[in-house]
Design a protein around this ligand. Structure first.
Ligand SMILES: Nc1ncnc2c1ncn2[C@@H]1O[C@H](COP(=O)(O)OP(=O)(O)O)[C@@H](O)[C@H]1O
Ligand SMILES: [Mg+2]
Length: 260
């Protein structure tokens, strides 16, 4: 009797492991999947946070385009850009956003705060269902701050409702958010950070008169990931992460204080 139970356990374990590896999806940024040990779980929610100009919109565009290129209908809800400026921005980075949009694989939803129009998440949520969207970007969370400006409780509830809708639809969601000051060694968490399953921080570190772009995965619920701080670049083809390299600025700093 005992033997049979033992056998069953081993079998279940095997199945689970296989499932985990099969199911991860690519983020679409060279080098970043390696940090997540193969990609992220479908239907997970990730917060991408950093200061202005740190590459959040570009990373989000790469994520959306990658999904569409793999046949997944993808949606970008933008509070910061117009559809036109977003198409041009993507094109300048060699990302075929407009082409994929024409093929019906990408939906751009403009929710510009500066328009002064009534903003509602109802229309994008309906589209999400009818078009069977599998990847969603919200750029940025400022949109929710604007909708629920007077009430932090409602703001959190609004995010939770949004994320629950995504989960129901089995869509993987990447939300960007802005930080005013971001010190990698002294990171201040905000209440909304806890609502997401995953969190990526992008920032810059100064070395003498120059800056280096770095990224770290703070958390990713339900899966293993690498924990270090990795350098990345933004070039003509967008973001590239270097998972095997150490930021030169940090090496220099540690050397100076005699740790290396
Ligand atoms: N074609 C490009 N080549 C190299 N760097 C670029 C290019 N386009 C944008 N960048 C860099 O990316 C930064 C903006 O990235 P973006 O994702 O828009 O930032 P944000 O985090 O504010 O959304 C710019 O400040 C610039 O440094
Ligand atoms: Mg941006």
């Amino acid at each position: 009797m005992k033997k049979i139970i033992m056998k069953k356990r081993v079998q279940i374990k095997k199945e689970k492991t296989a499932l985990k590896i099969d199911k991860l999806i690519s983020i679409g940024v060279p080098g970043l999947d390696e940090i997540f040990k193969g990609g992220v779980r479908p239907a997970s929610s990730i917060l991408l946070t950093g200061g202005p100009g740190t590459g959040k919109t570009i990373l989000a565009l790469q994520f959306i385009v990658d999904g569409a290129q793999h046949g997944e209908c993808s949606m970008i809800i933008t509070a910061e850009d117009t559809s036109q400026s977003l198409r041009a921005y993507a094109a300048s980075l060699g990302l075929p956003l407009a082409e994929l949009e024409k093929k019906g694989l990408i939906i751009i939803v403009e929710q510009k705060i500066s328009d002064g129009r009534m903003i509602s998440m109802e229309a994008p949520m309906q589209l999400l269902e009818s078009r069977k969207v599998k990847r969603v970007v919200l750029d940025s969370l400022t949109l929710f701050e604007f909708i629920y400006s007077s009430n932090t409780e409602e703001f959190r509830r609004g995010i939770l409702h949004f994320l629950a809708t995504m989960r129901k639809q089995e869509a993987t969601v990447l939300v960007t958010s802005e930080r005013m000051s971001l010190e990698i060694d002294n990171f201040q968490f905000r209440p909304e950070d806890f609502l997401f399953e995953g969190m990526i921080v992008v920032t810059r570190i100064r070395k003498a008169a120059s800056y280096e772009r770095v990224l770290t995965v703070v958390k990713m619920r339900g899966q293993e990931h690498l924990l270090d701080i990795y350098p990345f670049t933004i070039g003509e083809k967008g973001i590239q992460v270097f998972p095997k390299e150490v930021p030169f600025s940090l090496v220099e700093r540690e050397r100076k204080i005699g740790k290396l």
